[in-house]
Design a binder for this molecule. Structure first.
Ligand SMILES: O=C(O)CCC(=O)C(=O)O
Ligand SMILES: [Fe+2]
Length: 509
């Protein structure tokens, strides 16, 4: 597996979008100066004009931040003939190599898979999404289903029937059979003619077979055969399905347990966060100014207590400036690689739902990073140098990128490690930008949503002063729906900090 990809960090999609725009500009300039180009190159430039230029948009990154926009951009640039087009363009223009790599099939599949996940988690209405409009479906017991628009219709961002079919196929490939059926159903209502309908029905039947809903699968095949009675392949598939229904000893293809947990527990809070974003802003932050450290006299941190204790959760506002956040992002980007997860036995693996890239920078490597680490120390009053804290890690989430719910401290099984270096007593999570929709951190055990607030930091007290675990700190990062999410995280350890954080009067503290 590669360790970077266009789907695994939205910043890469941003760069792709800007690079394409720049290249098209250069080709147009070349043509306007009387330069000759091939028909392929000219139609590439023309199709760019048709599909992307949006006169009313003032945000140049808008299409990279929109899940349908990102999918369409990746689709467009992962077509086979693009490499040739880009080669031709580079030969024409003066400073070549604006683009190193074009997206590939893997990027395309994973950007389709992002749409699958976002559709489920946020209950997105597929028939709106195909017009580039993000609409959440909310069902209330009193009012029945309601549709809440998160974005407007985007006339340039449309998915056609080959896209929705492809997205369904990708869902099947990822064992998301129920979600696949949602996408295929859209094709079913829009299909032209009986043969096309029969083709979609057979895909739906396969998904039901995979779910071991054999009766349903057979009924759907029969419906398809009525529509397309001469289709021999359909007959063969139907026969296979009958055999399978009679004797199905294939193992059930299960979607991973963590994904189910995310659906049940945190999903509701993630949805609520996006819906609340539509509501008028909250009145009155409960803030107080702290001046615990002389370094903060000039710029006192605004502190908002989100949860007083067990777990103690605090939001510190304006802990860094816009400029500092930008420098952090650009310092870390060259070190980026796909974020890895660890299972209960301590083995490293790639979690197909935890889609992000990250870079870790030691304080000793970069004076600016050292300054930022010290800043965390000043705000928290703790020692943030190695080995008392882990090096600063900067993260950019990918398309629909999320983090399953987890605990930041290491559990009992890791005593052999934590006895040496101490456990993670505190998490200090700095938000390096604003996320347009999604990307909140939710605490399902205490029903708390903490939206991503630019330049603010979320402090999670993972351990009691006694060193005991605080399991109610269980948290998840909601999938990024619109925008790009950047964070910098510092895990602070117990050892070296035991005297700065004196023992409580009771073990419960
Ligand atoms: O990025 C986020 O919002 C959450 C990150 C997190 O929970 C972690 O890194 O442990
Ligand atoms: Fe965490």
């Amino acid at each position: 597996a590669r360790d970077t990809g266009y789907y695994s960090a939205i910043v890469r999609v941003e760069r792709l979008l800007l690079a394409e725009r720049k290249m098209v500009g250069k080709i147009k300039h070349y043509i306007s100066q009387g330069g000759e180009v091939t028909g392929d190159l000219r139609s590439f430039v023309d199709s760019y004009e048709d599909s992307w230029l949006h006169p009313t948009r003032d945000d140049p990154l808008h299409f990279a931040h929109h899940p349908v926009g990102a999918y369409l951009l990746i689709k467009r640039l992962s077509q086979n003939h693009m490499e040739d087009i880009f080669q031709q363009a580079q030969d024409l223009i003066e400073k070549p190599s604006i683009l190193v790599d074009l997206p590939d099939k893997d990027d395309l599949e994973m950007s389709a898979f992002a749409l699958v996940r976002l559709q489920v988690v946020y209950s997105l209405d597929i028939s709106s999404l195909v017009f580039g409009q993000v609409v959440m479906t909310v069902t209330s017991p009193h009012k029945g289903p309601q549709w809440i628009a998160i974005t407007d219709v985007e006339p340039t961002l449309t998915l056609d029937l080959t896209d929705t079919m492809f997205i369904g196929d990708v869902a099947v490939k990822q064992n998301h059979f129920e979600d696949a059926i949602s996408w295929y159903n859209f094709n079913l209502i829009s299909a032209n003619g009986p043969a096309e309908k029969a083709k979609v029905l057979s895909r739906i039947a396969i998904a039901h077979s995979k779910l071991k809903q054999h009766e349903r699968a057979l009924a759907i095949y029969e419906e398809a055969l009525q529509l397309d009675p001469d289709n021999q392949i359909l007959y063969a598939d139907y026969d296979d399905a009958k055999l399978l229904a009679a004797n199905d000893d294939t193992p059930t293809e299960e979607i991973p347990a963590e994904w189910i947990a995310q659906r049940d527990k945190s999903q509701h809070l993630c949805r609520l966060d996006v819906l609340q974003m539509q509501a008028p802003p909250r009145r009155g932050l409960k803030c107080r100014y702290i001046r615990d450290s002389p370094h903060l006299y000039l710029s006192p941190a605004k502190m908002e207590v989100l949860h007083r204790k067990n777990p103690r959760l605090v939001m510190y506002h304006d802990v860094i400036s816009q400029n500092e956040a930008r420098t952090l992002r650009s310092t870390a980007f060259p070190k980026f690689s796909r974020a890895l997860s660890m299972d209960d036995e301590g083995r490293i693996f790639i979690d197909k739902y935890a889609i992000s890239e990250s870079g870790t920078i030691l304080d000793t490597e970069d004076a600016f990073i050292e300054k930022m680490s010290k800043r965390v120390g000043h705000v928290t009053g703790l020692d943030t140098e190695l080995p008392y804290a882990e090096p600063l890690m900067v993260v950019n989430y990918g398309l629909g990128g999320a983090l399953q719910h987890h605990l930041d401290y290491m559990a009992e099984a890791y005593r052999h490690i934590t006895d040496v270096v101490g456990n993670r007593m505190m998490t200090f999570l700095i938000y390096l930008n604003e996320v347009e929709a999604g990307g909140a951190v939710v605490f399902p055990e205490i029903d708390l949503i903490t939206p991503a607030v630019q330049n603010a930091a979320l402090m999670i007290q993972n351990l009691k002063k006694s060193g005991d675990f605080v399991p109610l700190t269980l948290h998840a990062a909601c999938p990024v729906l619109i925008g790009s999410k950047w964070t910098a995280v510092k895990f602070i350890r117990e050892f070296g900090n035991e005297f700065k954080w004196p023992c409580g009067l009771t073990p419960a503290e």
